[in-house]
Ligand binder design. Sequence first.
Ligand code: CA
Length: 365
Amino acid sequence: MKRRHFVTGMAAAGAAACSQDADMGAIGEGARPQETFEWNMVTAWPPGLPGLGVGVENLARRIERASNGRLRIKVYAGGELVPALEVLDAVSRGTVQMGHDSAYYHRGKLPAAQFFTTVPFGQTVHEINAWMYYGGGLELWQEMYGEKFNVIPFPAGNTGVQMAGWFNKEINSVVDLPGLKMRIPGVGGEVMQRAGVSQITVDASEIFTSLQTGVIDAAEWVGPYNDISLGLHTVARYYYYPGWHEMGPQLQCTINRDAWMSLPEDLQEIVATVCQAINTDMMADYTWGNAVALETIKNDPNIELRGLPDDVLRLLKSLSEEVIEEMAAENEWTARIKASFDEAQDKLIPYHEISELAYMNARNL
Ligand code: CA
């Protein structure tokens, strides 16, 4: 019961709504022919992108295999069926049954959605998973998306700690920030703006050219694995860490609630379980891929790998707290989600100080 607490409510509702189909699942195998489902999944990712693009292909393939072909999912790359930033809208309307993107793309409609991807100086991958699966985060998320979008979300992937970004200007202290032209979206961009940076909106496909031509001085995207695939290491000199703005961003698989209700309970369980498997698998893929790509970066004499100075991080941290406090004051949903997030962090941070952090420090002695 505990293992699947995150879908219990929805699964029970689904089972009730589909009671006439109750014997079509594993229990009633052979009693009636099993219904099959053909779904479409739109995503925000370029086709075949390492990590994200490959991860969603795996998600669809594993659901099809686990369901013995009873649920087939056709995957569309960003822009193929709907624009990359309108994935959630398409799932909400029921244009497609399923989507894969980031919650924070939709913070314009719902500021609270930011928490379900990441907030600056927020949760690591271990922390967001703990909050989601055991700290009440997923229940809140499913309640909010159900009410606002008629959609059921599941965690389905994470990149782990990203990089602070590629810079063609050195950042030696806080005085180097004002006037810098940087591509850094979301709340992180808002924080940078308060530090004097000009936040320039640049689509992922245009980061390379914008850095090369000097339209921007700096850009964040993901980390070594994805950044190398865009060629960013060939158009910027300094590669700064850590990704203070995105230290464990969670990806979302969203399912139209009516489509979810049409599934028998065993297929619902397969979808939820494969999402959880992909959540782990994508993180492992990113960890390995980033480590391998980092070797390439370290061996390149034209790249300097640097940590952001402490005074810069201190300033960004205090500005982040300011921005997040203001967000929470905007509406009731954000306040409720921030309260749950804060409660989780109050428990998780002291534990991680004597476990993950203490061990990492010990390993470096
Ligand atoms: Ca990023």
